[in-house]
Each structure stands twice: as C-alpha cells, then as structure tokens.
Design a protein around this ligand. Structure first.
Ligand code: GLY
Length: 556
C-alpha cells in the first residue's frame, strides 16, 4: 500500500483517499479526506495538534454531515508536550424541560420513535462550546481554523460515493423529520461527484467566526434553533443554549504493563470500561494464546460481558449520580468479577430483555492528531445516529443530534444500540446522557505513543480495546490492528457480534463453548496514530485510517 508523506493541498472537487500516512512533523486521521487534509494544512501552517483537531472537526461538520457536527457533542482526550493530560467533556445535556418519563406513554410503554428521531430527541448541543474550550491550547486564531470549513460549505465539495448512498438512503427521513426541506433533499438522486453547497451552514459558521461561541449559543443561531424547536415541538430553549458549558474533567488514567492508558471519565463509560477490560486480561498472558484464537477471543468476550453489565447498572453522569469508579476499577473487584470465568465455557448473561441493535445507526466519528512538538489529541464526536435526529435547523443549515436516546428511557429497555441502563442513566434536566465514546491516548515511557478512537455506538469501547490489545499484546502494526476483523459483546443481548470476515474456525470453536453470534457488515472505523521516538526526538509519526469507510490519513 502506498504511504503518503505529504499533506495534499485541499481540492474540494478532486481528492483521493489514503489509508496510511507517515511524517515527522504531524499527522491527522479522520473519517473524510477533506477533513484530514484541512487538519494537516493547519499543522503545516504552524498550528499544533489542538488547532488541527478544531479545524478537522469543523471541516467534518461540513463534509461528513452524517456524524461530523456542530449540533451534537463529543469528548477530547489530549496529552501536551509539557506532559499535561487534558480531557474536555462537551457532551450534550438534557434540556431543562426534560423529565424522567418523557418518552413513556400513559401506560408506561417506551416511545422510542420520539427519543430517536425528530425535534424531541435532541439534547442541548455541546460541540461549539467544546471547540472553544480546547482553543486556548492551540496557537492559531479561531478565525483561521474555521475558514476552511466556511469555504467548504460556501463553495461546496464533491461528495463521495458513500455519502451519496447515505444521503439517498435518508431522503424519506429528511422529509419526515423536517418542517422545511433541508439542502440534503433534492428531486433526483445524489451521485458520487455531485457538489454539495451548504449556504445556510456557511452563514452559521461565519457567525461563530465573528462572535465566538456566542455566535452559536446566543443571537441569530440560537433564535433559529429555538424557532425550529417551536415548529417541531422540541424542548431546547434559549436558556438551555445560553447556559451550556463544556467542562474539563480529570482523566481516567491507568498503567498497563508499563504503558499509561488515558481515557475519558463519566459521562462517557469509555475510559472506565477500557480500564476494566484491560485490567481483567492483564495477568492472563493473552499474548501466549495468540491473536484470534478461541482462547484469546473467549477471554476478551468474557471481560467485555462483565464490564458492560457494570455499565448498565452503575454508570451515568457523575454530576448527578454517584458512580463507584474506584471500586469498579480496583484490582480486588476485577479479580472477583473474573472468578466465575471458565476457559472453554460461555458464562451466561441474565436475560432482562434482549436488545434490538440497529447496526446502521452507529454514526459517530473519531479523529486522531499528533504534532511535531509532542502534543497529541484524540477526539470522538457524534450526533448519535446517522444524521442524528434527521432534523436540520432551518436557516442555520446544521443537523441536530438525537442524543436523548443515549439515556435509559426506561430501566431495562434497550436503546438504539441495544444497551440497557437503570437509575444511574435516567433522564434529568441538565444531566448528560451516558456515552460509549472512547477517545484514547497511550503513553510509553511517559511520551505519547498511540492516539486511538472509533465510532460505533456501544461497540466503541470493545473496538478500542481490541485495537490496543492487538498492538500492545499481539505486536500488530497499526494497519492490521485497525483492519483485521472485530467482534463485540455487550452483556445484553447475550450474543457476540462479529464482522463478516471474522474467521469461521474461531466462530465454530466458540459456538461449541456456548456462544451465539450476530453478523455485522462492519464494526467501527478506527483511526490510529503511532509516534515512534528516538531518544527525546520524534523519529516518525504513522497515521492509519480504517479501511471500512472514506477514512483518510494525512501526514507531513
Ligand atoms: N452516541 C453514542 C455514544 O455517545 O456512545
């Protein structure tokens, strides 16, 4: 495979996809070539990894409307050249008018259509606040970082074949969930190479350029969001928008065989799940079992099952509920958790209610960035489902999230990812819904070594888990670690999701142990950056973009 060593100049009408890139000065890996190219150009223009992450996110909000966003939320995990660890929580919040049973009918039955689609499914967006919260760590003006996104929205860009398919597939939903037809709806079908121009989105981005976060949370944009809410009976208010704050939080950080693994704390379950899963395998010499053997896969399935059972019971927004993080990650607890693990035999999950997973709806997006100074930034951001609530703010041109479905709308009732939850993740005004997003940084000898993350709903933590185990235990290259088939278990439903190319011999062996399977076209779209050091200097930076989508790696 050809490795790209240069930041290709952004040409929005003609570009190609590169899955690997290598350089000494910086790298970006994201879900879309134009977004990675924008990030790489910002690095080249003197920006650092934080600058590039901001510009890449803004570009994704234009060129990848299915998941890139300013109407959603996300998490950032970073490690600076000075050795500081940073996490920023810009997860959406339940509007003040939300209530615990807002998605239940008179008989207490769940109304999932309302938590998953249209205006009432939206939480208060956090992305723009998150971008500004991370900006003090950058070097360039926000004005400069947002300009490429404005250009892409205003002058348009050529859509990929995947984007054309996706827009065509969502046409009826765009018509159904919008009071005014958005730019994504046209009379004929979209095809690869068509130019998508988003004039209203460009105007919104310009307001943000001129007024900062207030250009989104107050004034004209806020008014347009509020008008949209009124038209569609949503409940995000002007006060909800004005009061939204992104928050810096203490990271989840733990040692794994000499590596330091850094992840996101609540309200994302990602960091804690990662700690639980890594620590449950640490003493079991998984490397000796071999990659994709029945023994190693079974061990990983069983730690996934146990961690996800804890997710359902205990995890939620720590600003509202007490999450026993210390206990759940303690050695004693995790040893006890694995005491009923029997090699060669499936443990059974208590079936509360099997979830219906909709594999088409796992649209979140991840970007990994590294610069020559030694800053690394890992960002996962989302609208939740593909195109979120499918509702576009008329006049403002951006999609709103359907993140309210990440709450537990009723104890034991699966959300769109089949995940169940209880009290800890019940809806409350101002609360953040539990996430699975797992932006991750790994340090080796205290220096940044890996930047990892992926979309994929509840499959996110297990995909990052496998990627880390593949590299740290099975000595795989980042490319293999990303591209080789993935599997996933989330306690309920009690089945192992596997990609179509998962080895059938391993599946057969696991079936005999008592496991059942569900095939998936794909699990995740993982972006990895690996930094190789020569003493105190960076030798080179390798970027890998997942084979499973339009994902693109850029470096120079
Ligand atoms: N909306 C997907 C997640 O936050 O886990």
């Amino acid at each position: 495979m050809a490795i790209s060593h240069v930041c290709a100049q952004v040409n929005p009408y003609q570009y190609s996809i590169s899955k690997t890139a290598e350089g000494k000065n910086g790298a970006v890996s994201s879900a879309h070539p134009l977004a990675s190219m924008v990030g790489c150009e910002i690095l080249k223009a003197g920006g650092n990894a934080f600058d590039a992450a901001i510009a890449t996110q803004l570009a994704l909000a234009v060129v990848y409307p299915g998941a890139g966003n300013i109407g959603g939320g996300g998490f950032l995990v970073a490690h600076t050249k000075k050795g500081k660890t940073i996490t920023i929580d810009y997860r959406e919040k339940a509007p003040a008018a939300s209530s615990r049973n807002m998605y239940l009918d008179q008989n207490g039955n769940p109304l999932l259509e309302m938590s998953q689609n249209g205006h009432l499914a939206s939480g208060v967006p956090g992305t723009v606040a998150g971008l500004f919260k991370s900006h003090p760590y950058g070097k360039l003006s926000f004005d400069k970082l947002i300009q490429p996104a404005i250009d892409l929205a205003e002058k348009g860009f050529a859509i990929t074949a995947a984007e054309a398919r996706s827009l065509n597939g969502s046409k009826s939903a765009f018509i159904k969930y919008n009071t005014i037809p958005p730019v994504f709806v046209k009379s004929t079908s979209w095809k690869e190479g068509d130019t998508l121009i988003q004039t209203e989105l460009a105007a919104t981005l310009k307001r943000i350029q001129q007024e900062g976060a207030k250009g989104f949370y107050e004034g004209e944009t806020a008014r347009l969001i509020f008008e949209e809410m009124k038209r569609g009976k949503g409940n995000v208010s002007l006060d909800d928008l004005k009061n939204y704050q992104a928050v810096e939080r203490p990271a989840i950080s733990f040692d794994y065989k000499g590596y330091t693994i850094i992840g996101m704390p609540m309200p994302s379950s990602g960091g804690l799940l990662m700690q639980q899963m890594m620590k449950m395998i640490e003493s079991r010499n998984i490397a000796s079992m071999g990659f994709h053997t029945p023994a190693s896969v079974q061990l990983m399935i069983e730690v996934e099952r146990r961690a996800y059972a804890d997710r359902a019971e205990f995890m939620g927004d720590q600003d509202f509920v007490r999450v026993p993080v210390k206990t759940l990650s303690s050695k004693k607890y995790l040893e006890k958790r694995m005491s009923d693990f029997i090699p060669g035999k499936a443990t059974s999950s208590d079936v509360v209610k099997p979830g219906n997973i909709n594999p088409e709806s796992e649209e979140t997006t991840h970007l990994s960035v590294a610069d020559a100074e030694g800053n690394v930034v890992s960002v996962t951001t989302t609208l939740n489902g593909g195109y979120g609530s499918k509702t576009v703010v008329a006049g403002a041109g951006f999609l709103l999230n359907n993140e309210m479905d990440d709450f537990s709308v009723k104890p034991g009732v699966p959300n769109m990812f089949g995940a169940v939850g209880k009290e800890a993740n019940a809806i409350a005004p101002g609360k953040r819904m539990l996430s699975s997003m797992t932006p991750t940084v790994v340090l080796k000898n205290k220096k940044p070594f890996l930047v990892v993350g992926t979309p994929g709903g509840t499959t996110i933590p297990t995909s990052v888990f496998q990627t880390l185990v593949n590299i740290l235990e099975f000595n795989q290259s980042p490319l293999d670690a990303v591209n080789l088939p993935k599997f996933h278990h989330q306690w309920l439903p009690d089945q192992v999701a596997i990609e179509n190319d998962f080895p059938s011999t391993v599946q057969d062996a696991l079936s005999k142990m008592g496991y059942s399977f569900q095939k998936r076209n794909q699990i995740g779209r993982t972006e990895v950056i690996k930094i190789n050091w020569q003493g105190k200097k960076i030798k080179n930076i390798e970027a890998v973009a997942d084979k499973r989508g339009d994902d693109h790696a850029a470096a120079y």
